[in-house]
Design a protein around this ligand. Structure first.
Ligand code: ADP
Ligand code: ADP
Ligand code: ZN
Length: 215
């Protein structure tokens, strides 16, 4: 099964993707995680991406398309995959379609997590994350041990771009550049919209119910 998690920053894509990985065993492909790993390792790509990420701007399409093309061709994607944070623009979606056509593995379903802006700001400003990609929240989803990741034992931290100045811009960028993809996938008949405001497990149960139809 090939799944796309869609929604604004803070909607819960990464959180649900991790649960789907545990449940189905498909790899999560998070372009945000891939970019952050490159920033951490100081690669050329990371150095080029960092300035955009810190401002809450999108990293240019050609960079992202290159990343996703390589990743989707890896062996582990053959059993299915979970896209998280890609595509974010129409050119990225068009490129994705061409890549998936070529490898004969189309997206089965786009899960669109709907959450209003005020709640997104609260989620993003309280988000803590781990370098393994796990994401927590200081109030709604704290790690079991103070500041220690439940999954890998690493220390959790606040993302450089999860600050008040950048958040507004990220929500604007989402609205202008990414939201049009809702219609793009609606027209293809593969979009399912869910109420992302509910608790993590409630949302996950909804997702499992939807995916049961594709298994
Ligand atoms: P969020 O959790 O806020 O949705 P991500 O972790 O997905 O954020 O992405 C963090 C940042 O990485 C984005 O603000 C953007 O700068 C960059 N980024 C991630 N994915 C993409 C993409 N598909 N296209 C362009 N930029 C991206
Ligand atoms: P995204 O990947 O869409 O940017 P995340 O999965 O990182 O979003 O979630 C953003 C923040 O909101 C994190 O702090 C996470 O722990 C928290 N969160 C995610 N889903 C929910 C939910 N259903 N209810 C409450 N908090 C949530
Ligand atoms: Zn961790």
């Amino acid at each position: 099964m090939n799944i796309m998690l869609f929604g604004p920053p803070g909607a819960g894509k990464g959180t649900q993707a991790k649960k789907l990985v545990d449940f189905y065993g498909f790899p999560q492909i998070s372009t945000g995680d891939i970019l952050r790993a490159n920033v951490r390792e100081g690669t050329e790509l990371g150095l080029a991406a960092k300035a955009y990420m810190d401002k809450g701007e999108l990293v240019p399409d050609d960079v992202l398309i290159g990343i996703i093309k390589n990743r989707l061709k890896e062996e582990d994607c053959k059993k299915g995959f979970i896209l998280d944070g890609y595509p974010r623009t129409v050119p990225q979606a068009d490129a994705l379609e061409a890549i998936l056509d070529e490898i004969g593995r189309p997206i089965d379903v786009v899960l669109n997590l709907e959450v209003h802006d005020e709640m997104l700001v609260g989620r993003i400003s309280g988000r803590l994350m781990c370098k393994c990609g796990a994401s927590y929240h200081i109030i709604s989803n704290p790690p079991k041990k103070d500041r220690i990741c439940d999954i890998c034992g690493g220390e959790v931290f606040q993302r450089a771009d999860d600050n008040a100045e950048t958040v507004d811009n990220r929500l604007d960028v989402y609205e202008k550049q990414t939201q049009p993809l809702i219609n793009y996938y609606k027209k293809k008949g593969i979009l399912v919209t869910l109420d992302g405001r509910r608790g993590i497990d409630v949302v996950f149960n909804n997702i499992k119910g939807i995916l049961a139809k594709f298994a």
